[in-house]
Design a protein around this ligand. Structure first.
Ligand SMILES: *[C@@H]1O[C@H](CO)[C@@H](O)[C@H](O)[C@H]1NC(C)=O
Ligand SMILES: *[C@@H]1O[C@H](CO)[C@@H](O)[C@H](O)[C@H]1NC(C)=O
Length: 345
């Protein structure tokens, strides 16, 4: 009896500490689960036109208060948008220069978006990803749904899916993949809230994307990010994406990868894979004039334009067509892939 009495306080505190440890483990586990967890990517749906197709414009690297031909490009987008009766607009990021939005009340939002893309045909949903310049401001401002009160077209998430009956579009947040922004930010501020630790963020994003790609039953899969996988312009290939993202896209039969970042218009394809790489980053400042060679000799440039412009995409159940336009709305390059002539897209 005496022995039990003596042991009991010790045993009790041991039990309590063990319980505390268990609770602590759960707290850690759950917080990882919530912040880096198996979140399914948010999915939006867009209906087909009565003829069974969808069409949209793709613009990147644009928000400069109308300067550097941004307004001229916007005007031609309005014309093409009208002609094609577009369903929505896709932005490949770098939405607001130089440093994203300061906060949700930043007048740059209206000056570079609402007041520039004024054509009637462009009053459609805008599906936006973030570019590296967007990360230099208050990233959460661009992600804040409150912006839709200012302009109802605006939709920006880090990564998400747009589901249509003829194609699935996967929007991917590529900025956190680029090592240089973390290791040598060159005096620039980056808003990494919710991104750190970076390895967890990337691992979970890739896991979520892989799951979504594998689940997709669409005959056509399009992935959209800010950074190029393949490019011959100023920034060139993004090595991190070639290593971490490209194999997953190929394994899951992704048909097209679309990006901005380089202020140019490009189409590149590589031997041994039907995937096409499209760059549409000509929304405003362009003409860098420093074309590079291809990073991989198995790849070939189908089209390259160093100036301003945009891209249109039309998809039906039998054909996917891409057209590039310059600042005057003239067609620079047109390419299509027909399901009738291929076993698959
Ligand atoms: C605007 O576009 C025209 C036609 O391509 C070009 O000559 C001019 O340099 C562009 N302006 C700027 C600031 O890029
Ligand atoms: C697709 O491209 C081929 C040439 O490659 C062309 O003959 C055909 O008319 C194009 N189809 C469409 C729908 O644009």
């Amino acid at each position: 009896m005496a022995t039990t009495m003596a042991l009991s306080p010790y045993r009790n505190s041991l039990v309590i500490s063990l319980r505390l440890l268990l609770v602590l483990e759960w707290v850690i586990f759950l917080s990882f689960h919530w912040s880096f967890g198996y979140a399914e990517l948010q999915t939006f749906h867009h209906p087909l036109k009565p003829d069974g197709s969808i069409s949209f414009l793709v613009i990147g690297d644009w928000g400069r208060k109308g300067y550097y031909n941004q307004s001229e490009v916007a005007q031609q987008m309005g014309r093409k948008g009208e002609e094609m009766n577009i369903d929505f607009v896709v932005s490949t990021g770098d939405n607001f220069y130089d440093n994203g939005l300061k906060d949700i009340n930043d007048p740059n939002f209206q000056e570079s978006f609402t007041n520039v893309y004024t054509a009637k045909s462009l009053q459609k949903p805008w599906f936006n990803v973030l570019g590296n310049h967007d990360y230099r401001g208050d990233v959460k401002a661009q992600l804040n749904p409150i912006l839709r009160k200012t302009d109802s077209r605006w939709l920006c998430l880090r990564s998400f899916i747009l589901n249509t009956e003829v194609a699935d579009l996967f929007f991917v947040d590529t900025t956190p993949f680029v090592e240089e922004y973390f290791t040598s930010p060159d005096g620039q501020f980056y808003d990494w809230r919710d991104i750190l630790p970076r390895q967890y963020y990337i691992a979970n994003l890739l896991k979520d994307l892989e799951l979504a790609l594998a689940r997709s039953t669409s005959t056509l899969k399009i992935v959209i990010g800010h950074h190029a996988i393949r490019s011959i312009a100023h920034h060139g290939d993004t090595i991190e994406l070639i290593h971490m993202l490209l194999p997953m896209l190929q394994d899951n039969n992704v048909d097209f990868y679309i990006n901005g970042h380089d202020h140019s218009l490009e189409q590149i394809s590589c031997m041994g894979s039907p995937m096409q790489f499209f760059t549409s980053g000509g929304g405003s400042e362009a003409w860098r004039g420093d074309e590079k060679g291809l990073g991989d000799n198995k790849c070939a440039v189908n089209f390259f334009y160093d100036g301003q412009g945009f891209m249109s995409t039309q998809i039906s159940s039998t054909n996917a067509k891409f057209v590039f336009y310059n600042v005057n709305g003239e067609t620079l390059h047109s390419w299509n892939r027909s399901k009738l002539f291929h076993s698959s897209f």
